[in-house]
Design a protein around this ligand. Structure first.
Ligand code: F6P
Length: 553
């Protein structure tokens, strides 16, 4: 599209409408319409999505759906699933949906059906995971594997780590999983310190097999293994790789027999459904890994086949577009009231911010509207005792997604009732707030203190409310529900990209830092010459000199 979406009549209508809506308090919208919850909630695919606590009316939803039509969302969804090269800057398809295409219908890339290759890798994963789980895969000294260490970063770490943690109750009782991503040796060393090399298997996960952090960690892990087992031959029994770059895996010294392949049409942050999910499959078993894929596939079908007005990813995305581009909202909080999803906010940060943190359209034109908010958050109750103060009484508008499990993975008397009461209390309190009058009445009634002091406290104890939120509720986090949840957010990101006309599948923004780091590395690793001329700014030179000498003098 050549015209920026912000220069179309529908955008102008939404802008005008925003000025009206911004004057309403959420609690007034509720007071005006007793059927608000029924109207703005939807139960489907094992979820209840309550989006009634948002700055919306029927008119808002109608206008946002018109925006979706204007950007030809339905056509874009079809293109995504068809294998078209939707990643236009890299001329690649983005077919994470094919990796979980459980109906196995043919999907073509450059005229070739990719399903047979996908299925072949799934069979290889099944054979490998069975061997590790059944004690058939033996280490160099003949002992069965007890620990797996995934070495990867970004998409080769965050997704598998998040899912592995989330599905802990499905783990094989003998096996333990570790994830090493950071290049600071502390991460690897602290992990290795707890491990027995004879029973440890390393999974080196890197799409490109060129990532500095992953390769340094992988080489150090290999040295550790050889040092302890005393033989280079041990590597074959203790290292496997997941990559698209076979030659580089071979150069590292891993036998291609022990390599699990994936393809350039799988984006790093969309890759947990591919062989990158191997640590998940080892820990929960291939049947449960397939349940994860099944769940995601069901959500894919929902996304593809459901009218926009009842489509979960579409609704969540349109709300975020509404807040970011029309209210100028800068951040969004992700608040899982399900401790198993502790890593979900960090995973979503990469998914959304690496996909949507862009400032030019797919055609390379500068945009003039705000796009991706900063995604952040933490597991429910912990956040309440840390940053919720700002949500309740700070000065910023911060929409939040409350992700709520009715049942926990674990059951202890009274715990889950506490989780649920807190989750519901927070969405209610953030929306309703508490006026000065209410505050006065309440504190005067309840507290036996100095009257003047209490009156002085009133402004400090007022809650403006009016903070919007979604509640996404499900019964219990099974592999299938988790698959659906992840696919839901993946597609949400895709819908936003269509509304904002961004390519969500490239990540050029990570390049410059890598290039400069490569330029500085020789200066750091060699003679540490303080008279360096690296062509960088004086601050960077000053920092380098301080690092070299430990002082400025
Ligand atoms: O630097 C960003 C990035 O390219 C991510 O997009 C990717 O998930 C991560 O690095 C890891 O890349 P790789 O799997 O190729 O090691």
């Amino acid at each position: 599209m050549n015209t920026l979406i912000s220069h179309t009549p529908i955008w102008a209508k939404l802008k005008t409408h925003q000025q009206y809506i911004a004057q309403q308090h959420l609690r007034d919208l509720f007071a005006l319409d007793p059927k608000r919850f029924e109207k703005f909630s939807i139960e489907t695919e094992g979820f209840l999505l309550d989006y009634s606590k948002n700055y919306i009316t029927d008119e808002t939803v109608n206008l946002l759906l018109k925006l979706a039509k204007k950007v030809q969302l339905e056509e874009a969804i079809n293109r995504l699933f068809s294998g078209a090269k939707v990643n236009n800057t890299e001329q690649r398809a983005a077919l994470h949906t094919a990796l979980r295409n459980r109906s196995n219908t043919p999907i073509k890339v450059d005229g070739k059906d990719i399903m047979p290759d996908i299925n072949k890798v799934l069979v290889k994963m099944q054979q490998f995971t069975d061997k590790v789980r059944n004690r058939e895969w033996r280490g160099y000294t003949g002992k069965p594997i007890e620990s797996i260490v995934n070495i990867g970063i970004g998409g080769s770490d965050l997704g598998p780590a998040m899912v592995t943690k989330a599905l802990k109750s499905y783990h094989h009782p003998r096996l333990k999983a570790y994830f090493v991503s950071n290049v600071d040796a502390t991460h690897l060393n602290n992990t290795l310190a707890t491990l027995d090399p004879e029973t440890t298997l390393f999974i080196i996960a890197s799409k490109t097999f060129t990532t500095q952090e992953t390769l340094l960690n992988a080489h150090s892990a290999r040295r550790w293994l050889i040092k302890h087992l005393g033989d280079q031959q041990a590597v074959a029994k203790h290292f496997v790789a997941i990559s698209t770059a076979k030659q580089k895996v071979i150069e590292f010294g891993i036998d291609p027999i022990n390599m699990f392949e994936f393809w350039d049409w799988v984006g790093g942050r969309y890759s947990l459904w591919s062989a990158i999910g191997l640590p998940i499959a080892v820990m929960i078993g291939m049947d449960k890994f397939e349940e994860l894929l099944d769940g995601a596939h069901k959500l894919d079908q929902h996304f593809k086949n459901t009218e926009l007005a009842n489509n979960l990813p579409v609704l969540l995305a349109l709300l975020e577009v509404w807040y970011s581009s029309f209210f100028g909202v800068k951040t969004q909080a992700i608040l899982p009231y399900d401790y198993s999803l502790e890593l979900f906010p960090a995973y979503l940060q990469q998914l959304a911010m690496e996909s949507l943190g862009k400032r030019v359209t797919r055609e390379g034109k500068n945009i003039d509207y705000p796009t991706c908010p900063i995604i952040w958050g933490s597991a429910g109750n912990n956040g309440q005792h840390a940053f919720y103060q700002l949500l309740h009484q700070g000065t910023q508008l911060i929409p939040a997604d409350f992700i709520i499990a009715i049942d926990s993975q674990n059951d202890l008397n009274g715990h889950q009732d506490a989780v649920l009461s807190n989750a519901l209390a927070q969405t209610h309190a953030l929306m309703m707030g508490r006026s000065a009058n209410q505050t006065q009445l309440q504190i005067l009634k309840q507290e036996d203190k100095n009257l003047e002091q209490l009156i002085n406290q009133v402004p400090h104890r007022v809650f403006m409310g009016d903070q919007p939120s979604n509640s996404l509720v499900y019964q219990k986090l099974t592999p299938s529900i988790l698959g659906k949840l992840i696919a839901l957010y993946e597609h949400k990101v895709f819908v936003e990209s269509v509304c904002w006309n961004l390519n969500p599948f490239d990540q050029w923004g990570v390049e410059l830092g890598k290039q400069v780091a490569n330029m500085l590395l020789p200066a750091l690793s060699s003679q540490r010459d303080t008279n360096i001329n690296l062509g960088v700014d004086s601050s960077t030179i000053g920092l380098l000199k301080y690092i070299f000498k430990g002082s400025l003098s």
